[in-house]
Design a protein around this ligand. Structure first.
Ligand code: PLP
Length: 397
């Protein structure tokens, strides 16, 4: 018999994943090319060639124990140092290897840091709409998720409500910019305001409030958009990075945490996060791919493909009559559903073989998420269905 807690988790298991399964079912009936699956953030762009070259060279030429052996729980020292140097070059920071812990993707990093920080009942604040797994990650360590309601005009963080909802039990605030599911990027002004609120509240309560910056989409921005590096604005920031999207390597499970020395209790946090990596059963992040990413720090995926998809989808949906904010980053469009009940809307989209994720999965009903990290032909094939769907709703009015 499984645990009561897991029974609940299984029941509430990710809607996104369920949609993905549904996509496979529909593909078996209608043929893969006639199903338009926008459910999962699985990058459609190939990893850079440098990744493949690095894999081949490392497994061919480097010493086996060096590549495949156990290591420090926090990861290979030279890999961590290279990442620190790379970050310093881009962001004018002053990190070194003892600020970096290699993680099993962003998901692994978030779990490590939450395990490190949370006492049962500690509050973790998130801004709706948010990546739905945050709820499970906080719950893994008996944390309590506190949700700030969305600002549906801008999808920027609602700082007034944040100020009201921070308490003496707040241990962490998670931000995710560029954002899944809205694609918005928080401006520098917003980050400064957010930092001010946190500074004020941690002084008031006399406890550190850690800002966890979940950044799997940092490099996925379109045009000249500036994505501030949060450790430079608020000293109790911990960054969770991932190569899942930036190098199109989601299955390889690789990322890192940045724990700056300025963060309160830095030494304890760093040591505890290394132990958390071990005792969560990760032991260490996968070894081969650590070595690979360290060689590919300047490599990029071709995001022009996502940009073309973004333009085509956004312009077409707007033309049909849908309403949504133009995303500046990531590869998602968050669209207002044509009826209040976003789940019912997504069910109806399925009749056109279009798979979307309802906004409730992100704590924001009345919207749906379209992951446009798909082939252009998927978007072209889906557009007539989106148009018909809009017309159907219009006819019923
Ligand atoms: N955080 C956000 C906002 C995400 O969208 C995702 C994955 O889609 C993750 C974390 C998990 O990323 P990873 O695959 O690196 O664990």
């Amino acid at each position: 018999m499984i645990s009561e807690k897991m029974s609940v988790m299984v029941k509430n298991s990710s809607i996104t994943r369920a949609m993905f399964e549904e996509g496979k079912r529909l593909a078996a009936i209608y043929g893969k090319e006639n199903v338009y699956d926008f459910s999962l953030g699985n990058p459609s762009v190939q990893p850079p060639v440098s990744v493949k070259e690095a894999v081949i060279d490392i497994v061919t030429n480097e010493e086996t124990t060096f590549v495949h052996g156990y290591m420090n729980n926090s990861g290979y020292e030279d890999v961590r140092e290279n990442i620190a140097v790379h970050l310093n070059k881009i962001h004018s920071t002053s990190f070194h290897k003892d600020n970096i812990i290699m993680t099993v993707g962003a998901a692994g990093g978030l779990n490590v840091i939450l395990k490190t920080l949370l006492n049962p009942g500690d509050e973790v604040v998130v801004f709706a709409p948010f990546f739905g797994e945050y709820r499970n990650y906080a719950d893994n360590y008996d944390g309590k998720l506190v949700v700030i309601s969305p600002d549906k005009e801008t999808f920027m963080p609602n700082l007034k409500e944040l100020e009201e909802k921070l308490t003496g039990n707040t241990k962490a605030v998670i931000v995710n910019t560029p954002n899944n599911p809205t694609g918005v990027v928080y401006s520098e002004e917003t980050i400064k305001e957010l930092s001010k609120v946190l500074e004020k509240k941690q002084q008031e309560f006399g406890n550190p409030i850690y800002l966890i910056s979940d950044e799997p989409y940092r490099e996925l921005v379109y045009g000249d958009v500036f994505v501030p590096y949060l450790t430079k604005y608020y000293k109790n920031t911990i960054v969770g990075y991932s190569y899942s999207k930036s190098l199109s390597l989601p299955g390889e499970r690789i990322g890192y945490l940045v724990i700056p020395k300025e963060a309160e209790d830095y030494e304890e946090i760093f040591a505890a996060a290394s132990v958390a990596t071990r005792i969560l059963g990760f032991v260490n992040a996968p070894s081969l791919i650590q070595r690979v990413v360290a060689r590919c720090l300047d490599s990029e995926v071709d995001i022009s493909v996502y940009n073309e998809n973004r333009e085509l989808l956004y312009n077409s949906l707007k033309e049909y009559g849908y309403s949504c904010a133009k995303p500046e980053g990531a590869f998602y469009l968050f669209v207002k559903t044509l009826e209040e009940d976003d789940k019912a809307f997504c069910e109806r989209a399925k009749k056109h073989n279009i798979l979307l994720v309802p906004g409730v999965a992100f704590g924001c009903a009345g919207y749906c998420r379209i992951a446009y990290c798909v082939s252009k032909s998927t978007i072209e094939g889906a557009l007539p269905g989106f148009k018909k769907l809009y017309q159907e709703y219009q006819e019923e009015r």
